[in-house]
Ligand binder design. Sequence first.
Ligand SMILES: O=C(O)c1ccccc1N[C@@H]1O[C@H](COP(=O)(O)O)[C@@H](O)[C@H]1O
Length: 203
Amino acid sequence: MTKVKICGLMEHAHVKAVVEAGVDAIGFVFAPSKRRVTVEQAKELARAIPSGVMKIGVFVDASQEEMTHAFHEVPLDFIQFHGDESPDFIKKMGLPSIKALSVQSVEDVEKATSFDVDFLLFDTPGKEFKGGSGETFDWQLLNDTDIPTDRLILAGGLNVDNVREAIQRVRPYMVDVSSGVENMGRKDEQMIHAFVRAVKNEE
Ligand SMILES: O=C(O)c1ccccc1N[C@@H]1O[C@H](COP(=O)(O)O)[C@@H](O)[C@H]1O
């Protein structure tokens, strides 16, 4: 069954809602964003997250020190590299890692082959910030390459209305959503539940 990550959590009530909804992963954004949290805030929110739910920290071109500190302090299960980090930089970090790639062309998808990471995340290029645009990209670009889907995380503009089609077309390991479960810029408990139901009732 496809796994679900809900990203950009900032409030206790929303953490409770995503855990109750049965998500597999929760993302905290430590990068410039309207969803940015501090390490102390994430640490506090993480207390309510059971051990079976992955905690993922989203960073954009952050320093090794900043990421290592958050990884151990929150603590996190994975670092999501959402900037222009090089394959060497990520490898040298030596932490469980997800590399996010902004997709506009097949060449962007093929860049994934140079990263030795646990998971590859494909997202729409950001606008104001590096991610969380709420817009989809052309999923066919993933089908046009031979990127294995067993380590593939699909992000970018997913919502309750398009996530089933996305899963059928891409067959990702995990889907990742932020804007699509928000109302007026805040996470919405009903939208969270509806999204997770749409993913988990897939088969
Ligand atoms: O969510 C953000 O604000 C963000 C900022 C900087 C880098 C990544 C960010 N989020 C990532 O964007 C996608 C979700 O996007 P969408 O809102 O569902 O279209 C996901 O990978 C988040 O981790």
